[in-house]
Design a protein around this ligand. Structure first.
Ligand SMILES: Cc1cc2nc3c(=O)[nH]c(=O)nc-3n(C[C@H](O)[C@H](O)[C@H](O)COP(=O)(O)OP(=O)(O)OC[C@H]3O[C@@H](n4cnc5c(N)ncnc54)[C@H](O)[C@@H]3O)c2cc1C
Ligand code: SF4
Length: 488
């Protein structure tokens, strides 16, 4: 049986054919020299890789060195590797002698199934249509040929604002315990930092699973204690509770510790045992709908998609943003979210899309730089996740291949879904003057600057009509031009 080379995001048992299969693991230091990673992300990756090596013992050759190329020179036997998760890594392994590249694992549907589905379709490839296909294909939440409950999506029943008293009343996610391997990783990273390798964010306790056992335990805890509240507060943001009812499983899925189909089947079982359908369907849609869709579009669309910049955003990310300097920010929503990134390397979907992404879009920051920032500053960030989520969805840099309108919003939206505005020095209703909310003013300035480029479709028509009626628009645009990329 050939030795299976596992990349550091292919660490679970589903990346092997047999339990006793020989394995190669490589830890490359050069990876951490090339980019400025969040300190906790670097810790998680190294910890997961070293834990896997310890679990496999003699079954694995574990090489630690500068580059993959140098490490591979020490291996004399033929290797096989599952399809890697970035174009660069795929090209690298395809060019190696003696390495067989196998189909991808770690996603619910295969690349070939997606291509079959997509090739036969006319028009835009929307997530909703793919999600139906995937549900039918795998028979998930189905009653014969019909979706359970008679509908594919229960999204309209979700999305409540956060409760007024600041708690949703469920246990917080289960947390892993650090061990000797973590202590060794921390000491190594301290040493690397002294040698000049740069990291962003703060160090902190490891909050994300590094082994399949830890990831399965977080999944079980989520299914039992937290899933039932999942959909209801999906769009809400609370300054007192960063986790809400989110599963906090993205890093485990993306490290390959957890098989997404296991998570989906677990949720389906919870439904059969009485969990509310809207919550279960919402979670299943995220995992086998959104996650797979983002993965597949990364490969299916052309390579240049990553560099799209159709709105012509020209500004570089400012230093305070790159350095996660939350203390320099007054805007309470952005300050809290940036603090979360700095201290945890994770915030949930709505802060990513409607606070961070929204602000970057309004300020005209380059989508490719923002994608790199999300990739390196988040514990679950990988290149394949960035193109769809950051370039496509959040920055509208491809003029809507995956969404029908830009995800841009003013303070009124943030006020509706969060508890941030009450304690903020800005006023979400004001667009001009000292108290003007930078999101509200930025929203109108963005629409003014891009009205020729964004679609005048039904979803944007009202906003564009309102824009045309604003008597103070020129003053708002001048004010926001002055604010530019300074911390708000
Ligand atoms: C600008 C931006 C950047 C993002 N960057 C990342 C990233 O670096 N890595 C990442 O995994 N997700 C990313 N996402 C998607 C999503 O925000 C995270 O997957 C989610 O917040 C992770 O928290 P969770 O595990 O609690 O998710 P839950 O809300 O519990 O959802 C369950 C699972 O569904 C999957 N999922 C849901 N939505 C998406 C999506 N749009 N893309 C991919 N998977 C999805 C994740 O695996 C997640 O664990 C990004 C979204 C945006 C808008
Ligand atoms: S007023 Fe504006 S800046 Fe302040 S918290 Fe609300 S949306 Fe954010």
């Amino acid at each position: 049986m050939s030795r299976r080379w596992l990349f550091a995001d292919q660490l679970g048992p589903h990346f092997l054919d047999e339990r006793k299969q020989p394995v190669l693991l490589i830890e490359s230091k050069a990876v951490f020299r090339r980019r400025v990673y969040h300190r906790q992300k670097a810790h998680l990756i190294l910890s997961a890789l070293r834990h896997r090596a310890a679990e496999l013992g003699d079954q694995a050759i574990f090489l630690r060195g500068e580059t993959y190329g140098q490490a591979l020179k020490q291996v004399r036997e033929p290797l096989e590797v599952c399809h890697p998760t970035s174009r660069r890594a795929l090209e690298f392994v395809r060019n190696l002698d003696g390495v067989t590249v196998l189909p991808a694992r770690g996603y619910v549907t295969s690349l070939a199934d997606f291509a079959d589905w997509a090739d036969g379709r006319r028009g835009a490839l929307r997530m909703e249509a793919f999600y139906r296909f995937a549900r039918e294909h795998h028979g998930v939440l189905m009653d014969g040929r019909e979706p359970v409950g008679g509908r594919w999506s229960f999204d309209t029943e979700n999305r409540e604002p956060p409760p007024k008293h600041g708690r949703i009343g469920i246990p917080t996610p289960s947390m892993p315990k650090e061990d000797d391997i973590d202590a060794e990783v921390r000491a190594d990273l301290d040493r690397w930092a002294r040698e000049g390798i740069r990291f962003a964010g703060r160090d902190g306790p490891r909050r994300f699973p590094a082994t399949t056992t830890e990831a399965s335990s977080r999944l079980r805890h989520f299914l039992r204690h937290r899933l039932a509240a999942f959909g209801r507060y999906e769009d809400a943001m609370l300054s007192t509770d960063p986790w809400l009812a989110h599963s906090v499983l993205s890093s485990s899925l993306n490290l390959g510790l957890l098989d997404p189909l296991v998570a989906v089947r677990g949720a389906e079982r919870a439904y059969r045992q009485g969990a509310p359908l809207a919550a279960v369907e919402g979670f299943v849609r995220q995992v086998m709908g959104w996650r797979d869709y983002i993965w597949h579009t990364y490969w299916y669309f052309e390579k240049g998609w990553r560099d799209s910049n159709a709105l012509g955003a020209r500004s570089s990310l400012p230093d305070w943003w790159r350095d996660l300097d939350a203390n320099s920010v007054d805007a309470r929503c952005l300050q809290d979210v940036l603090t979360g990134v700095r201290d945890r390397g994770w915030v949930h979907h709505i802060p990513r899309l409607m606070v961070l992404g929204n602000y970057a879009l309004q300020r005209g920051w380059r989508p490719s730089e923002l994608a790199e920032w999300f990739h390196t500053r988040f514990v679950d960030g990988y290149e394949w996740v960035m193109t769809g989520n950051v370039v496509g969805m959040s920055q509208y840099a491809d003029l809507g291949r995956m969404t029908t309108k830009p995800y841009v919003a003013g303070g009124a939206y943030i006020n509706r879904v969060s508890d941030y505005c009450g304690g903020c020095r800005y006023d979400p209703r004001q667009r001009l003057g000292e108290d003007a909310c930078p999101f509200t003013a930025g929203y109108w300035a963005f629409l003014a600057g891009n009205r020729g480029r964004i679609p005048a479709n039904a979803r944007m028509a009202r906003a564009l009509k309102q824009l045309a009626r604003l008597g103070d628009l020129d003053a708002v645009v001048t004010q926001e031009g002055r604010r530019g990329s300074d911390p708000p």
